[in-house]
Design a protein around this ligand. Sequence first.
Ligand SMILES: Nc1ncnc2c1ncn2[C@@H]1O[C@H](COP(=O)(O)OP(=O)(O)O)[C@@H](O)[C@H]1O
Ligand SMILES: CC(=O)N[C@@H](CCC(=O)OP(=O)(O)O)C(=O)O
Length: 258
Amino acid sequence: MENTVVIKCGGSVLDELSPAFFASVKTMREQGMNVVIVHGGGPEIGKMLKQLNVRSEFVNGLRKTTKEVLAVVEMVLSGKVNKQLVTMFKQHGLPAVGISGVDGGLLEAEPIDGIKLGYVGRVTAVRVDLLQTLLAANYIPVISPLGVGRSGQTYNINADTAAGAIAAAIGANQLAFVTNVPGLLQDGTLIGEATAETVEQLLKDGVITGGMIPKVKAALSALSDALPKVMIVSGKTPFYEQGTWHGTTIRKEVGAYL
Ligand SMILES: Nc1ncnc2c1ncn2[C@@H]1O[C@H](COP(=O)(O)OP(=O)(O)O)[C@@H](O)[C@H]1O
Ligand SMILES: CC(=O)N[C@@H](CCC(=O)OP(=O)(O)O)C(=O)O
């Protein structure tokens, strides 16, 4: 779908989204862009698991998801976080519809590795027509990263991975990861522009760690001719003004897109 931006809002910044974040989304819509939001909620899930005394651990940045953990993930992502975000959009005059990847079979998924990770899924198909219908009616879809298997099983999907898969499926020409830092940092300094090759090197050198790893991996696999650049930006400050992105831009190669 031409002129479409997929924006992933990280759980790390959901409580700190500034009015400037919503103003940036408004600007994009005024410029005729279709906006699709995918949200995370890792910290909120962690808090709820703790309150309920349910243990969970991370394996390679992914939350090992037992049946008990899955019930909490579903409740927090498609309930609390999704509705909070929809309400925030409404308060800023933006019409949003919250759906999870289960609704309408939006995100079809299969288990990544049932033995090690339990109910953690990867996206195998996206019901693009559902998103197109909402966008055509001028709504902003706000998606929580749950998937549904062929047998009806629900899966927990990393929000960065889900955003990348949705961007590729809908044919978005822009993808942005909104998080709690200004972009990719090296020794505390913002990296304004990076090629896929540079990012691979930063991963190898251990400059990119923790929650930034699934983000850049999703960015690298989403890059294509149709999606020539991916942005990593802050949700605490304006991230898009007068056609300019503030943060890190990752391109396939130097000069791939200007
Ligand atoms: N090179 C890096 N540049 C910026 N942030 C990094 C880097 N390496 C690791 N990080 C960490 O990644 C975090 C963002 O990932 P995460 O906490 O998972 O956020 P989100 O919930 O937005 O997905 C940052 O707050 C920072 O601590
Ligand atoms: C499989 C897996 O790890 N799923 C994530 C889904 C939420 C998420 O990705 O939230 P952030 O974007 O805030 O990290 C989780 O359970 O935390």
